[in-house]
Design a protein around this ligand. Structure first.
Ligand SMILES: Nc1ncnc2c1ncn2[C@@H]1O[C@H](COP(=O)(O)OP(=O)(O)OP(=O)(O)O)[C@@H](O)[C@H]1O
Ligand SMILES: [Mg+2]
Length: 300
């Protein structure tokens, strides 16, 4: 049995052991991404997390942007541990979660995920078993990715049942969003029936500007990629959000009546109202084993 098969079996037996195959809820994994950097991924991740908490959901954010520790800066809290410690310090998953404002859990990726393809089976087994525990801790796991079209980002996207693509009205943001979708569409593991792509229009001046932005992107995506994407909604350009970022507090907490906070509230409610039976939820263990086994195959 090769390692990839072994890991898949492990996930299957984990699911059976926890009763997932008999309908026990598993986490909904939502990956937030963008073609161009600096368009608002981390703000989208953290504010949707707060809004989901207000709706009674248990939420964990995984900061998978290895370059810059975005989320922790916006939280104003420095986590003691990251995913590497799970591997090298023998910590368990609960020990590496930092609890931030409104009890949003936060896991710093560190360089942990990038190095996983070099790990032996025992380590991977340990990690996957630990990550499976997140399904019991969180209803929703939000993965904040780095910007751009790297292999690592694409691996996260193909493993996600839901992809939130953040785009702004800047022409370069729209073309970079298209390039990201084109690369994703070409990926040999991408399954358009599995991963739903939802567009968030950020930093817009009006709702109609958001809708127009989506229409523009959708027209080229439809024409050249034949890929279904849907419009989730718009977040306005908001000085209150900028102020909140400066004060290292999510705007949804600092100023719940700010127009951006209200937009995040609407988007979170919309995400909660969709028919989740139609969503492909595999939970966190399967999400990671997908990433790790793919990385291993690429190395082989
Ligand atoms: N709706 C908004 N209104 C006003 N400013 C915004 C809005 N969204 C984001 N910004 C500004 O853009 C900056 C970058 O946002 P954020 O850090 O969320 O982007 P990102 O996509 O995560 O960036 P990176 O690619 O570097 O990870 C914020 O610090 C803020 O100043
Ligand atoms: Mg970011």
């Amino acid at each position: 049995m090769d390692q990839a098969t072994g890991l898949r079996n492990l996930v299957k037996s984990n699911n059976a052991a926890t009763g997932n195959s008999s309908g026990r809820p598993i986490s909904r994994v939502i990956t937030v991404t963008s073609g161009k950097g600096g368009v608002g991924k981390s703000n989208t991740s953290i504010n949707l997390a707060i809004q989901f908490r207000k709706l009674g959901q248990r939420v964990i954010i995984l900061d998978a942007d290895f370059g810059l520790a975005n989320i922790e800066i916006m939280f104003g809290a420095v986590p003691k541990h990251n995913l590497c410690d799970l591997i090298y310090q023998n910590k368990n998953i609960r020990e590496i979660i930092t609890w931030g404002p409104m009890e949003v859990g936060f896991i710093s990726g560190g360089s942990g995920i990038a190095g996983m393809s070099n790990l032996g089976r025992d380590y991977l087994t340990y990690i996957i078993q630990n990550l499976a525990e997140l399904d019991a801790i969180a209803d929703i796991i939000i993965v904040d990715t780095g910007a751009g079209i790297s292999d690592a980002v694409l691996e996260f996207l193909v493993a996600s049942g839901e992809i939130l693509l953040v785009t702004t009205p800047e022409p370069t943001s729209i073309t970079d969003s298209y390039s990201l979708l084109k690369a994703l569409n070409r990926h040999n593991r991408f399954d358009r029936d599995y991963s739903q792509i939802k567009v968030v229009a950020n930093k817009v001046d009006s709702d109609s500007e958001g809708q127009a932005l989506f229409n523009k992107l959708n027209a080229v995506v439809n024409r050249y990629l034949h890929l279904p994407i849907t419009y989730l909604g718009a977040v306005p350009q908001d000085q209150q959000l900028v102020k909140a970022v400066m004060q290292q507090m999510p705007v949804s907490i600092q100023n719940p009546s700010a127009k951006s906070s209200q937009a995040y509230e609407t988007i979170a409610a919309k995400l909660m109202n969709i028919d989740t039976d139609k969503l492909h939820k595999r939970g966190m263990a399967a999400f990671f084993s997908h990433i790790v086994t793919t990385a291993k195959k690429a190395q082989a």
